[in-house]
Ligand binder design. Structure first.
Ligand code: KIV
Ligand code: ZN
Length: 502
């Protein structure tokens, strides 16, 4: 059996998705959960890209023991030095160097000829290899690179010391048969290929990222780069959960390979990442969508009752997909509460648990049954995003009705002082947002606003999800409450606080 190395890039390529930014604490939490999940390599960031990314990679490198920790670098000394500066603390660190090799990238982006690119790639790998034993090289846009040149680059970087060569389908252009054929050519034509692991990194622009990755495995790839929920640049990356479950479910087809992932933690990881990035998972998303194991048609339900495998190829339990369970209530104690948080993937300090427990008690006064979704929302909002929110909600009042112009009065707390404003709006939520704008003076452009119920039941919390732009960047904001106006205000304030803390 050949082990498929699972290389998770949720914290690097996933975080590159517009609006998905994560702070160090959030990255660390996800990294710990990924490591417990069995991921072999965690790409924690692109250290040269910002001081925040550098610190996050360093923090992950220092704390993760079970998985290798990887950092991205362009093929230049400065990038490699900075990446190593963060990775040198890791028990097992990996430097991932990339350089574009397709004609279009070399001509327009790099303005370099083939031979210059070849030399830069070789020199960069050699330089990285002097610092770190584990070096990966990616010829960016490999699937649109002239195959003969691609093979030369691969041979050359392996000679320079690359231990993994990654073949990215950077723009999601490849077709499964063609991509499989490319991997097969690499296996057969690169003379020193046995000295490196072949990896693939597929984007989903044509919805083929998972299919291309699986075709690559069939043709000799032994590392797959992927992300939880398939998040990533543009249409995203190959979804980890789909790759892993395809291999597990179709063991008859993927006979000679296996993966070492605790699949019963898949849903936990999916929810953790969705919660911290505020990227919702579509109900029909394979493996982790809320409808993935639901049967509506009468004929299907009948079949399932007679024999589950008539309409189910894997079981919900295999991926840890338990119907939202009632976990806690008003009378639950601290121990059960902190235990459940741990099971959900949160690692909080005792002071934070205390504060979270008080919030939980407040919520359980309003809401009889506290579900996992309620706990996830509580932790995300109150304890994760901003350690000290710059603007906090103190009080709000609204007047609205069929014959009235909606009006809101908002009081916020900022640096220990109270600020109050009122405003009219098209609706009560618009009025609240306008009043907040008056107080903070911060301008954001709302791109999308959605309201959903976190769980079922009349007393369910509403969750407001915003996508907005500010200072040329895109962000997301989320807020929840048993009152949908309050949920919307909280989401808006989380957006305002993100902008204020840039
Ligand atoms: O998509 C891509 O080509 C990348 C590389 C840096 C591997 O993300
Ligand atoms: Zn990518």
């Amino acid at each position: 059996m050949n082990k498929i190395i699972i290389f998770d890039t949720t914290l690097r390529d996933g975080e590159q998705a517009p609006g998905a930014s994560l702070n160090i604490k959030e990255k660390l939490n996800i990294a710990k959960a990924l490591s417990q999940f069995g991921v072999d390599v965690i790409e924690a960031g692109f250290p040269i890209s910002s001081p925040g990314d550098f610190e996050a990679v360093k923090a992950v490198a220092k704390s993760i023991k079970g998985s290798s920790v990887c950092g991205l670098a362009r093929a230049v000394k400065k990038d490699i030095d900075v990446a190593w500066g963060a990775l040198k603390f890791a028990r097992r660190g990996r430097i991932h160097v990339f350089l574009a090799t397709s004609k279009i990238h070399m001509k327009y982006k790099l303005q370099k000829h083939e031979d210059e690119v070849l030399k830069l790639a070789r020199d960069a790998v050699k330089y990285a290899r002097n610092l770190c034993e584990d070096v990966e090289f990616s010829p960016e846009d490999a699937s649109r690179t002239v195959p003969e040149f691609l093979l030369r680059v691969i041979e050359s970087v392996i000679n320079a010391g690359a231990t993994t060569v990654n073949i990215p389908d950077t723009v999601g252009y490849a077709q499964p048969l063609e991509f499989g054929e490319l991997i097969s050519q690499i296996c057969n034509k690169v003379p020193n290929i046995n000295k490196a692991v072949i990896s693939v990194h597929c984007h989903n622009d044509l919805g083929l990222a998972v299919a291309n990755s699986l075709a690559a495995i069939k043709n000799g790839a032994r590392q797959i780069e992927c992300t939880i929920n398939g998040i990533g640049e543009r249409a995203g990356n190959a979804a980890l959960e789909e790759i892993v479950m395809a291999i597990r479910t179709r063991g008859d087809f993927f006979k000679d390979v296996n993966v070492d992932i605790k699949t019963n933690q898949i849903c936990k990881l999916s929810r953790l990442v969705s919660n911290l990035t505020s990227f919702l998972v579509a109900p029909n998303k394979a493996i982790v969508g809320s409808n993935a194991f639901r049967h509506e048609a009468g004929i299907h339900q009948d079949g399932i009752l007679k024999k589950r495998s008539t309409y189910e190829i894997m079981s919900a339990q295999d991926v840890g997909f338990n119907k939202t369970e009632l976990v806690l209530g008003k009378h639950s104690g601290r121990h059960a509460f902190s235990q459940r948080l741990k099971e959900l993937g949160f690692h909080l300090k005792s002071k934070e648990i205390e504060e979270a427990f008080s919030e939980f008690k407040r919520l359980s006064d309003k809401k009889k049954q506290i579900f996992d979704e309620d706990l996830l929302a509580l932790i995300r909002e109150r304890f994760h995003k901003e350690s000290k929110p710059i603007w906090q909600l103190r009080d709000f009042r609204i007047i609205s009705g069929t014959a009235l112009s909606p009006q809101a009065e908002i009081t916020l707390r900022h640096k220990g002082k109270k600020f109050k404003a009122d405003a009219y709006g098209d609706g009560p939520i618009d009025a609240c947002f306008k009043a907040i704008d008056k107080i903070t003076g911060i301008k954001i452009k709302l791109l999308d606003y959605r309201l959903e119920s976190l769980t079922s039941g009349k007393d369910a919390q509403g969750s407001a999800n915003l996508r907005f732009s500010a200072q040329g960047k895109e962000f997301t904001g989320r807020g929840s409450s048993t009152d949908i106006i309050e949920a919307s205000i909280r989401a808006y304030l989380s957006a305002i606080n993100r902008v204020a803390s840039i």
